[in-house]
Ligand binder design. Structure first.
Ligand code: URP
Ligand code: ZN
Ligand code: ZN
Length: 472
């Protein structure tokens, strides 16, 4: 068994507490969180416990990124460029100690096969702990028989798609049936809320008119078609009685639907992503050539001038947005350029996994959210909503010792030269930030020690997640 560690002199930040405290780690778990002058601290100093000086640092629970796509086959020609190994290492560099990826049931295939093969791909590869949601791409009689069994395997959340008619799309009847099932079992329904049928018409019309550039990716996915889908998903979830979590929410329009549902007391939650808080259609997507296609993701970046970013920050303050995840899904320039002549051919997604904690910490420095809210939306709430309550997302006795020692004053600049994600460009090139993870522990073991990677690919364990901690 690993020796004990005492992290001393730092300021512990939990979702519900900020203060000077020492953290005692025994083996893989947090054994105690105590006052620095407590007997536990004093005796640790006089034993063979490793004492870690965190003076001037924040001590926070490791980040929980509830939405990532590592080595995701997007099209027959393209796979997202971070592997389970490189992506989880990059996550750790940025202070994230848990990721939840997806097993994907593509049309014509069976759910057990999708889970088995994804587990095989990830096994022995990850530097930090990982879980899997299930993307349900073929709702049929057999799928409805197979779905409840996923809970025994620790998969307690299903992503459904109102977008991508050629691939992952489910119609309203299919969605309702999976929601009815989730209302019985307590599984979480995650929704990609964009009206894909209408979007495909707009996309084809744009191409026919010679509108082939990346800006048209955004123009053909207007926010109204996100809010329409969000509204429909919410009504279906109300009818079925299931919890609903809208993924990668990008617009004021969709946020208003979530806010109304939450005001009505509905079991509705939503996540946004750093790209929707910081990047915009005008500045980033509306660029010629490679600079534009690099920023293609779905939903698209939104118009800054329409106030989406301000409203998303407000949603994070009011808890209408409960989580910030990354939707990390990077592709190298060669793949992004497949859409140089036709935006529809560009694989969707950006590289973000390494920067989420730092980017959201800028929100603290800019007065958008509090320190505790930072921890809550990046760690505590995603753990709770996805069945990791008690284990992840808090510096508390009994929890896994996933701990980040975070320097709130360290200034650095993001970019492809220095990042650890396996992608040859950065959506964050040249962005100067303050704050950085100095050391990162996963279940009591260093993954990052004083800005050096000391982890290993087999350390990360598959997380058998419980039923989400939401009202039923
Ligand atoms: O552009 C995105 N979001 N790529 C990843 C796939 C998805 O829909 O989450
Ligand atoms: Zn999606
Ligand atoms: Zn995604």
């Amino acid at each position: 068994m690993m020796g004990a560690k005492l992290i001393t002199g730092g300021i512990v930040i939990n979702a519900n507490y900020t203060g000077e405290a020492d953290v005692l780690i025994e083996g893989e778990s947090i054994a105690a969180v105590v006052a620095p002058d407590s007997e536990i601290s004093k005796s640790a100093h006089h034993s063979d416990t490793e004492v870690i000086d965190a003076s001037g640092m924040y001590v926070i629970p490791g980040g929980v990124d509830a939405h990532v796509h590592l080595q995701l086959p997007m099209t027959p020609e393209t796979t997202s460029s971070d592997s389970f190994a490189s992506g989880t290492a990059a996550a750790a560099w940025g202070g994230t100690t848990t990721v939840i990826d997806f097993a994907g049931q593509i049309k014509g295939t069976a759910i057990p096969h999708a889970i088995e093969s994804r587990l095989e791909e990830a096994s022995g590869q990850c530097a930090i702990d990982y879980g899997l949601h299930l993307s349900v791409g073929d709702v049929n009689q057999q799928s409805l028989i197979d779905l409840p069994k996923t809970l025994d395997e620790g998969i307690s959340s299903y992503k459904l798609f109102m977008a991508y008619p050629d691939a992952w799309y489910s119609d309203d009847g299919q969605i309702l049936q999976v929601m009815q099932l989730a209302s019985e079992t307590g599984a979480m329904i995650m929704m990609h809320a964009e009206n894909g049928i209408a979007i495909d018409v707009l996309r084809d019309q744009a191409i026919e008119r010679g509108k082939t550039g990346s800006i048209w990716h955004g123009r053909t996915r207007p926010p109204e078609l996100e809010s329409e889908a969000a509204h429909r998903a919410i009504q279906l979830a109300v009818v079925a009685g299931s919890p609903l979590y809208i993924v990668h929410l990008s617009s004021s329009n969709a946020l208003a639907e979530v806010a109304r549902a939450r005001d009505d007391g509905r079991n509705v939650f939503a996540e946004t992503c750093p790209q929707y808080l910081y990047l915009s259609l005008e500045e980033h997507l509306d660029q010629p050539g490679i600079d534009g296609v690099r920023h293609i993701c779905s939903p698209p970046l939104r118009e800054f001038s329409d106030g989406h970013q301000d409203n998303l920050w407000k949603g994070l303050r009011t808890d209408d947005l409960s989580v910030v995840a990354t939707d990390h899904c990077p592709f190298c320039d060669a793949e992004k350029m497949l859409g140089a002549e036709d935006f529809r051919q560009t694989p969707n997604g950006l590289g973000v996994i390494e920067h989420r904690m730092d980017l959201l910490f800028q929100g603290v420095l800019q007065g958008e959210i509090t320190l505790q809210r930072w921890v809550e939306i990046c760690s505590t709430t995603p753990a709770r909503l996805f069945g990791l309550q008690g284990k992840k997302g808090a510096i508390a006795p009994g929890a896994d010792a996933d701990v980040v020692i975070y320097d709130p004053n360290k200034e650095h600049v993001l970019g492809a030269e220095t990042h650890h994600m396996a992608v040859d460009h950065s959506a964050w090139e040249g962005v100067a930030v303050t704050g950085q993870a100095v050391s990162v522990l996963s279940r009591g073991q260093y993954v990052i020690k004083d800005r050096t990677f000391v982890g290993n690919e087999g350390h990360g364990q598959f997380l058998r997640r419980k039923i989400p901690d939401v009202l039923r």
